[in-house]
Write a protein that binds this ligand. Structure first.
Ligand SMILES: Nc1ncnc2c1ncn2[C@@H]1O[C@H](COP(=O)(O)OP(=O)(O)O)[C@@H](O)[C@H]1O
Ligand SMILES: [Mg+2]
Length: 327
């Protein structure tokens, strides 16, 4: 189901201060996550809930705007887009929405890597990789963010994702979480802000500089080892392959990532193995829901057809990681 962008543009022209400058509303990304549109004229970005229904429930669009707004007030906080407007009134454009500044640059693509990323020498990608890790490691020095609510223990977070996998009917992921949850989670110190989805494609780069940290839909207050662990899922380990951007020469390996994270956060990475399994479980729970959406006919998106193969691979990796950690 696609939305009428002309009608949205007309409504925003009337509703937003400075809206008269709006020329058009153009789709950027649509799918299972919140939809993203570019507002041409004032150069803003519009975000709306998915018109097809969300894959991961509970990550509402307004909550994300509040996180951006709160982070914008934090001293030494990450670079985030400024919020232009938040509208909970569904009558304006047919759904709650928010509008933010359009940030300069773009994220590194997940598969079709851009020339600006592959072209320069290895040192370019090394400094980019160091800035990527430092950007979320520095969150470990910040106090929890009030808008994200009470801190969540790593075990409670794992139980939440285990429940998500149970709802999707994936008993294998549920059982792998049981193995993990038989052992207490190591902590690195007091709770801090966790981004929750620190894959490289959620970071925007402008001429090699970090211009924005996006996509705080899974953010929470908790132990920062969670973000380190999630980042490590994308690089090569004895248990899984590296994602495409991380295979480029100059990109940081596991040891280098841990070194930058420890130096920036001031915390020890000891016990990160437990968290890597937990983050792999979270990833598997999301993939399992994609499989369930496809096999139940709730979605016929061809992208979901490969999810079963991915689930088999990453479940195998999860068990190998549990074995290696003695869990
Ligand atoms: N404020 C912004 N300025 C420029 N581009 C943005 C902005 N917010 C989102 N985008 C673009 O939209 C894409 C998706 O945004 P993101 O917050 O990562 O959400 P999701 O991955 O859940 O769809 C980003 O990769 C980026 O290209
Ligand atoms: Mg994203």
């Amino acid at each position: 189901m696609s939305r009428n962008t002309d009608a949205i543009a007309a409504a925003l022209r009337d509703h937003l201060p400075g809206g008269a400058a709006i020329r058009a509303v153009v789709p950027l990304t649509t799918g299972f996550s919140n939809e993203t549109y570019r507002i041409e004229g004032p150069d803003w970005i519009l975000r709306l809930p998915p018109s097809a229904g969300a894959m991961v429930e509970g990550h509402d669009v307004i909550a994300q705007a509040r996180v951006y707004a709160a982070l914008g007030e934090v001293e030494h906080g990450p670079p985030v887009p400024g919020i232009v407007a938040i509208c909970e009134d569904e009558s304006v454009i047919g759904a709650p929405f928010f509008v933010m500044e359009c940030m300069a640059g773009e994220p590194v693509a997940e598969i079709q890597l851009q020339d600006w990323f592959t072209g320069p020498d290895d040192a370019f990608r090394t400094q980019l990789g160091r800035k990527w890790i430092a950007a979320f490691a520095s969150l470990a020095k910040l106090a929890p963010l009030v808008t994200l609510g009470d801190p969540v223990s790593p075990e409670d977070d794992a139980r939440m994702w285990q429940g998500f996998a149970r709802k999707s009917g994936c008993a294998d992921v549920v059982a792998a979480f049981d193995r993990l949850l038989a052992h207490p989670a190591p902590l690195s110190g007091p709770p801090a802000i966790i981004h929750g989805d620190v894959k490289l494609s959620n970071f925007m780069w402008d001429d090699g500089s970090l211009s924005a940290v996006l996509d705080w839909e899974m953010a929470l207050n908790g132990d920062p080892l969670a973000d380190l662990a999630y980042a490590l899922l994308w690089v090569e380990s004895p248990h899984h392959v590296a994602a495409t951007p991380h295979r480029q020469p100059g990109m940081l390996d596991r040891a280098a990532i841990i070194e930058v994270w420890e130096a920036t956060s001031g915390r020890s990475s000891a016990g990160v193995g437990w968290h890597e399994v937990a983050q792999m479980g979270k990833t598997n729970a999301i993939i399992a829901e994609g499989v369930a959406m496809f096999t139940s006919g709730r979605s016929d998106d061809p992208k979901l057809a490969v999810f079963q193969k991915n689930l088999d691979y990453y479940l195998g990796a999860m068990h190998a990681m549990l074995d290696a950690e003695g869990l």
